[in-house]
Design a protein around this ligand. Structure first.
Ligand SMILES: [Zn+2]
Length: 182
């Protein structure tokens, strides 16, 4: 019940269209381990490693969550952390077949979104590269799609922090998700 409510939270404005293309939520009792394969183009070496995850979203498959973490965040919402919202943002991002930090939007809005998100993302990357402290979790600087997912977590769990740090991004997310429940 909590899980269904949390998954729907990011869809209040966007609608049920946000659930298109997938139907399963896999829930593990705690953090889970995923095996990764990475092929290094330059050296031809195949790297294999394990990664501990609390959530994962497959492009055309299930949403995978660690129940421990979902319950812990619901019980005492951290500033900026909400694994369900994070993975749902990836699902919304993938709806237009491109995981690039931009969900499907009307054309004019999509252009404004891309411009404002790009600028905020680059500013964050510059601070992280310079070794500076950032208000927003530096994981957002990993890639544009992580930037969208992480700022979505702030929208739902710490909207004032996001609005102060990245006002344009905060305003797009308010329009996209509706006002934050906080
Ligand atoms: Zn992510």
């Amino acid at each position: 019940m909590l899980l269904a409510a949390l998954c729907c939270l990011p869809l209040l404005e966007f609608g049920a269209e946000g659930l298109r293309g997938w139907s399963q939520v896999l829930v593990y009792p705690g953090a889970f381990r995923a095996q990764r394969h990475e092929h290094d183009e330059d050296t031809g070496v195949l790297h294999e490693y394990d990664e501990d995850l609390i959530g994962e979203s497959w492009e055309f498959g299930p949403l995978v969550l660690s129940w421990d973490d979902v319950a812990a965040e619901a019980g005492s919402p951290h500033e900026g952390f909400n694994v369900v919202v994070h993975e749902m943002a990836h699902k919304l991002d993938a709806l237009d077949q491109a995981m690039d930090g931009t969900p499907p939007l009307p054309a004019a809005w999509q252009r404004a979104w891309a411009r404002d998100f790009q600028a905020a993302y680059e500013a964050l990357c510059a601070r992280v590269d310079a070794g500076e402290e950032t208000v927003i979790d530096p994981y957002a600087a990993e890639a544009p799609e992580e930037f969208f997912a992480v700022t979505s977590e702030y929208h739902f769990s710490a909207p004032a922090v996001l609005a102060a740090a990245m006002p344009e991004v905060a305003s797009h997310l308010r329009r996209f998700y509706g006002e934050s429940p906080l």
